[in-house]
Design a protein around this ligand. Structure first.
Ligand code: TRP
Ligand code: ZN
Length: 495
């Protein structure tokens, strides 16, 4: 069974709560979910976060994490109480400096009741003191906190924050971050953005990281362990910070040969997507056994397994493409996942063509003809795949073929204007698939509803009329050289 199935009763309870109208006369509790139909309890209602300030201390031997989160937010309704999404044990909560009462409700909800209710439009500061052993905590029967021999890693999608900081856990509420972490001397702490300082005191080292651009909660990452940290600059001047576990063994050389190309690949992608949107770039490879990579903002998470068969620049291209498609422009809701995975996969196709390993045309033809009409592959609608198929192969491959179909329809000139213009049109914000459809029609001047419907929404293989430019059924095709590397970048909880 899929690990994220939510009991139907819980769903009904959530929608009931969400449907209660805010009474004009009285203050009411903020909703326990932000209103995402895929994940009814993810995020919360009633406020909007602008900044997370985290001061943490971590002991790798015992997996104990202690911390204080200082959250700057603004209320968006009259609030009697509000929720944060969080699993660790809380010892104290203050709202605007005044002690508040709190309780852990079902699953991952922390319900906070301030001493006095909060009027709509009020700036608030919420301080949460906490501690716990994240690896012992689970919700819906799973944990995304990954222990390593030398520490731990927080990197998962769509949820990873609950195990290390209290948040409004939904991509539609982006915020800036200051993350300071104390670890025993000899251990390093890796997070997003720029490394502002490293200081040592009484056997502990404090690493202070700053993400000064809005960041979705699932794109915040933390890695604690023994790392070799490298710094460099791309040809166009983007500072690059990478980190490699000192225990990568046989995967070490291939990991470095791939991830050290970050600067070169960021510069190459900026030819297509516009200037790199963040102050730093980079990635890290911890000593984990999970198989995926994740586009954690400015500091991509790579599994050593991605490099077990040698250098793999294709996965680096995929994750760095997300810095524009996913991180700079984030999803409005989880149903919009095609805007992330379709475009990151298409970037791998462009790279394949650049490397002489198969053109985007050949890769799109491969997707279209390798899956016959009765293949369940075509049942998944990339434009709204549902929570169970959010990271299905079809979201990536049919999703990228949809982008080729768009290119075929509007022509290269309009297509590349769309590809570069989109991140600029929604810089540091959020957008939906519907927003993209409108944008593509506006830039190309062509009606595209039929094309998007066939490629993104219909649970059937697009007919030849929607696939003009694609190789006809029965054409013998040689699998492009890059095919396996492109496929290997697919993510999802089952990998
Ligand atoms: N977004 C990731 C990628 O495409 C893949 C992914 C999906 C993932 N779900 C995940 C990664 C869960 C880690 C955990 O690169
Ligand atoms: Zn991806």
């Amino acid at each position: 069974m899929h690990r994220r199935i939510i009991a139907p009763g819980a769903l009904a309870a959530a929608s009931l709560l969400l449907a209660i109208p805010a009474s004009a006369a009285s203050y009411s509790p903020g909703a326990p979910g932000i209103g995402d139909p895929y994940y009814p309890y993810y995020g919360n209602g009633g406020y909007d976060v602008s900044h997370y300030g985290l001061r943490l201390r971590y002991q790798p031997k015992t997996d104990e994490l202690q911390g204080t989160a200082t959250i700057k937010a603004r209320t968006t309704q009259d609030l009697s109480s509000f929720d944060l999404d969080f699993l660790l044990d809380v010892s104290e909560v203050r709202v605007n400096g005044v002690k508040a009462s709190f309780t852990h409700a079902e699953q991952h909800e922390l319900v906070i009741t301030p001493k006095r209710p909060l009027a709509k439009g009020t700036p608030i500061t919420v301080e949460v003191r906490y501690s716990g052993v994240p690896s012992t905590k689970s919700a819906y029967g799973f944990t995304t906190w990954h222990r390593t021999p030398d520490g731990a890693v927080a990197a998962d999608e769509p949820e990873s924050a609950w195990w290390w900081f209290p948040s409004n856990d939904h991509p539609s509420d982006k915020a800036t971050y200051d993350v300071s972490v104390s670890v025993p001397k000899g251990t390093q702490a890796i997070s997003n953005g720029a490394l502002r300082s490293v200081s040592s005191k009484r056997g502990w080292t404090e690493y202070s990281w700053r993400q000064d651009r809005p960041q979705a909660t699932y794109l915040a990452t933390l890695a604690l362990g023994r790392f070799d940290i490298t710094t460099s600059r791309s040809g166009r001047g983007v500072p690059v910070i990478n980190a490699y576990s000192t225990d990568l063994g046989a995967n070490d050389a291939a990991a470095r040969a791939s991830v050290e190309r970050t600067g070169e690949i960021v510069d190459w992608l900026s030819n297509y997507f516009g200037p790199y949107p963040f102050a730093t770039a980079g990635g890290y490879v911890p000593n984990t056994t999970t198989g995926y990579a994740l586009e954690t903002q400015t500091r991509v998470y790579y599994s050593p397994k991605q490099f077990a068969k040698g250098a793999n620049p294709s996965v680096v291209v995929h994750e760095l493409a997300h810095q524009w498609y996913g991180d700079d422009v984030s999803l409005k809701g989880w149903k919009d996942i095609w805007l992330n995975e379709g475009f990151a996969t298409y970037a791998q196709w462009l790279w394949s063509e650049h490397e002489g390993q198969g053109t985007t045309r050949q890769l799109a033809d491969q997707v279209y003809s390798a899956h016959p009409a009765d293949d369940p592959f075509w049942k998944v609608a990339p434009g709204d795949p549902g929570p169970d198929d959010q990271f299905d192969d079809a979201v990536y491959d049919r999703g990228a073929a949809a982008i080729q179909a768009l290119r075929d329809r509007v022509g290269d000139h309009a297509f590349f204007r769309i590809l570069k213009g989109w991140p600029k049109a929604h810089a540091y914000g959020n957008a939906s698939v519907a927003d993209f459809e409108k944008y593509a029609e506006q830039i190309s001047g062509k009606p595209l509803a039929g094309l998007f419907d066939a490629w993104l929404y219909q649970p059937v293989k697009p007919a030849a009329s929607a696939a003009r430019g694609f190789a006809a059924a029965g054409t013998p095709l040689a699998q492009p050289k890059s095919w396996k590397a492109v496929e290997a970048a697919h993510g999802g909880p089952n990998r």
